[in-house]
Design a protein around this ligand. Sequence first.
Ligand SMILES: [Zn+2]
Length: 1021
Amino acid sequence: MNITETIDKLRHLTQINRQANWLATSEEIDINHINVDNLELITANDKGYLTWEAGSHLKWLVQKFVIPEDLKGYPLQGLSLRLSLVWWAEIAQIFVNGKLVQEGDLFDSLARVLLTNSSQPGQEFLVCLRLVSPSHDIGALMKSQLIYESDHNSIDPGFVADEIAVLFNYLSNFEPDKLDFVEETVNKIDWNYVHNRNKFNDELNQVREQLQPLSNEIKQRNFNVVGHAHLDMAWLWTVDETWEVAERTFRSVINLQQEFNDLTFCHTTPVLYEWIENNRPELFKQIQASYQAGTWEILGGMWVEPEVNLVSGESIVRQLLYGQKYIKEKFGRITEIAWLPDSFGFCLQLPQIFTQSGINYFVTGKLHWNSTVKFPHGAFWWQSLDGTQLLTVMSPPNVEGVMTTHPITMTNYSVKWEQQTGLKEILWIPGVGDHGGGPTRDMVEVNQRWQQSPFFPKVDFTTAKSYLDKVNNIVENGLDMPIWDDELYLDLHRGYYTSHADQKYYNRRSEELLYEAELWSCLAAIIEGKGIDNEVKSNIKLAWKKVLFNQFHDILPGTAIKDVFVQANEEWKAVQSIGNTLLKSALEKIISYIQVPAITGIEGKSIIIFNSLNWERSQIVEIENNYEVYDLEGKQLITQVSHDNKLLFLADKIPSIGYRMFWLGYKKAKKEEAKILQQNETILDNEYLKVRINKTTGNIDNIYDKINDQEILRGEGNQLQSFKDKGQYWDAWNIDPNYNNYPLPDTELKTIETLETGPLRWKVRVSRKLGQSDFTQDYILQKNSAILQIKTQVNWQETYVLVKTTFPFNLTAEYTSYEIPFGTIQRTNFPKTPYEKAKWEVPALRWADLTDKNKNYGVSLLNDCKYGYDSQSDRLRLTLLKSPRWPDPTCDIGYHEFTYAIYPHQGSWQEAKTVQKARELNIPLQAIIPNNKINNQGILPPIFSGLNVKSDNLIVSAFKPAEAVNNNYILRCYECEGKSANLEIASDLNLRLGPAVNLLEEKTNDDNQIQPWKIMTFEIT
Ligand SMILES: [Zn+2]
């Protein structure tokens, strides 16, 4: 017999598959009066699974087990008997002899049910499983196996079979020359003794002794075990349930730890600890005690486990700042481990952001989910744009739904890990997850049993930190580690950049609003000459924490059930309300300090135009149509009345993080009416561009750049291309990889009208039908701007349809540049490797850019709340809407509003200042007409710059109150063009640059020379 045959033969002495013997019904049954005649035998599919229909359908499975005298001759009397089950069901209830003994669900999806501690031949067990299929998928029972086991202090044939299997696996892969010896040895088993348990076990023990010398080889390896329980803040359940699940999970761990003193457990998510602290204080104290004892580990450092492709760099900083601060306050020290096991891909600047937040290691397991490309590394240096390298480790994959301590699963993984990384130190994180749960008693007991085996690696309960320290040590002692200097792209979930557009809209608006609210609140406090109000400070933090919570990796991605979004939208609205109140109050406070110069001869009042961005800018603003507009010298400005009766004027040269006052004279003449030039074509025209809209399709025929004499389009622009996008199991998460093969009919033009052709703005409105949906788009071209805006309103009524706007360009670009958190990434348009080819839909923040190096000319496509792009060398597409039906069957049905814009430019995106233009689209100027009489004794001039950082490649991402209890402020900026910069600040408030700090606001030794792509933070005094 070869080794595998021996292993199988041994297993059959104590283990038996029972998949073929289940009786089933779809009717509800009375557990105490089961009529077997109403049940039918259910047959397994090719995979051996028992399945039934999707849609929360019930299935009862019933089977009677009678303990025989022996299995293949091996006596069973006195052994324990377990029924090992694996299911795929949203509800699983297991009844033994009429009693409910265990429950589970989609996440708690396996069990080893103890039927008896001491088997007696003839003993009967009636097992009934009540299973309900998931709403979105078929239900299944994948495994049902009876396992007889000896007391864990002794052996049984199944256990020895697993020992030999473990040995066989390691030797086959690392020392195949020793296999002959193993085969020879196991062939010495005298199977004639199988009927006599003691004698047969002696046989097995003799074999084990002879194999003992091989133990040393195996024992060089070490499983570093930490219990874990991934817990989603909301997903197929709402947040209320999450608190309950957290409590249940944490109590279960604390109870197990009382019995198993060395059991360690790790968990992330400060917001959960905060809830426990406030609502279950006694449990919180137990957790703190376990932390002090070294058996409870806090990981992650972020407020929740967020989505990190679709959020701003500043949001990631706040996740870490508030998260680490909480951990330090409550547990004494920050964590060194960033832990995002489940987020859907990771942006390129994370190593820098993490490192600047006290993090030394990053752990994720999500890249195991890649669908076509296997991620090549298990442990590697992950390098961000600025060159920061972070030790990054892939956590083990969850092959069975739940990570158990099954020795074969662990061995299979460790062999692959060692082959991939050269590391004999292996991380293992058993526990039920997604919906909490954590390690079970059975996992701990099985683990302990294998700890004793000579044919299994060392097994220690430890912490993730001590594991990662060990790895770091091995690397420092010469283990060569690969470097990965790209994003960590998840080759699977690409639809989540677009699903649930309301979340994306609120996220972008909230991030921008809080930037403005915080900035102006700080400047107002500085102007007032006192420290920032505590209430203001705590409201800013409160609003940020709401944003951070909603950035959780199933909320912002739009991949949860409907009720989750109903609640999330309440939170987003609260953020809007807090932010707007703070901003309004700050601006009004500042206005009250402005000295108003007299403008002779014009009766009227002032208007203050605020610019929240750190460069001077000019933009058309809209106000009520009651005025004439003058500059401070009393010169009347050109105005235009819009089609909806607003007055437009060009607010020119508004200083960096500052304002400029204009003067509004009361209108003497009768109201101006909107005038439209008569024209035969639908065109938009200004000093930069001439744009022609097609009268039959509503698409753009031409975008002609007058300054550079370039026609940008090589086909119709802004075609709304729609596709069938169906059949993905992960519906809201994914886009059908073949969607391009399923185009849907073109849009149908309903109306096209020219609304404005004035001196300041031209506007053409196009209404189109796409399936059952209505798209109304305003093409807008303003004076003083080379940007064509497309302001869009949609009534979306589609199911399983994806819609993209497409722009074919007269360009050939080697790669496309995209904005990512605190930086830019280049993705090739000529993909060669499978990994490059997998990026057929990619995430980006406010813009993407295609620049033709030979022509020295490019086009940027900007957006105000969209995140999914795809690109070719001569074409850019922006994904506008998607309509998945799981987990939220109402996803995205209804009204949407968003704007995107085309920005043709000479030179690179850096030269064209695309970063700045995209921010301007997202953060318009604020126009305020003060209600109250202005204080003529004011101390502020009519033109004012609160802050200017001098270098035009530095973007201010935050001006905030310091976390420390002092009256200092914090300025954060990042270098946005990949070249160095020198930070010098100028300010009409005499602000001075203090010492550099890290993202946790602790002092560093950095100076104000800023390297390419660096994020720099300073105290301001
Ligand atoms: Zn998750």
